[in-house]
Design a protein around this ligand. Sequence first.
Ligand code: B1M
Length: 214
Amino acid sequence: MEILTEISKNVEIGDSAAVKELVRKALSMNITPEQLLNSGLIKGMEAVGKKFKKNEIFIPEVLIASRAMKSAMDVIKPYMSDVEERSLGKIVLGTVKGDLHDIGKMVVSIALEREGYDIIDLGIDVPKETFLETIQKENPDILGMSALLTTTMTYMRDVIDTIKSAHLNKDVKIIIGGAPITQSFADEIGADGYAQEAESAVTLVKTLLSSDIS
Ligand code: B1M
């Protein structure tokens, strides 16, 4: 669809005003929030990532593109949050210490919230102590960690070890995700699950929580 390509291109060049305008227009054309995210906004960020990798653009351009993506998500979010007043469970989310990437986590958070889960988002650069304190205080069903860097993904193991040392790993299921994460890494560090993107994160959470009941 032409408008999705236009959205993607405007994310790439970081034109927030144009992206927001196009997203509003697309919503009025009954394009779903999921289509907008997957075929418009995320596609734009992927193109940004490729150009960055090839040194065709640099951090300032990536930041401007991220801002455009985030401002569009603010427009989409109300359309994705029209869930009934029900809670299927409580989920704590955070990007691990040392890592400032939060767009993917936001996409996952919106998808889970839309499904009916209560989300406590701890933000970015979250140390293990904060994860632990929040689990002790909030008693969530799921802890979800995100990491986008090969240098920060290893910190997920530290968080899991901390939770195990506090004997809380039986009370909370731990899931992880982010571009460099794989199922074998999840198995290696003792996470309960791994999801590659937002929709599979929703499926994973449902599976983990239903196996909890039986
Ligand atoms: Co950075 N960055 N970045 N960056 N950045 C990457 C990740 C990189 C792959 C770019 C590249 O080289 N091609 C590369 C990492 C290389 C590596 O480690 N292998 C990289 C680098 C190197 C860096 C810096 C080190 C650059 C520097 O300073 N020299 C630096 C590190 C800063 C830090 O964190 N300490 C840095 C900085 C930044 C910005 C701040 C400028 C900005 C982040 C802004 C922000 O998030 N607010 C940024 C961005 C935007 C990117 C790219 C271009 C895009 C990431 C993104 O938002 N994607 C990225 C390249 C890329 O990924 N193609 C890149 C869109 C988003 C929807 O997808 O985040 O993958 P994603 O999330 C997906 C899935 O991964 C999954 O579902 C999401 C939705 O589908 N998922 C989960 C994510 N979390 C999940 C959790 C789950 C389940 C699924 O369960 C809990």
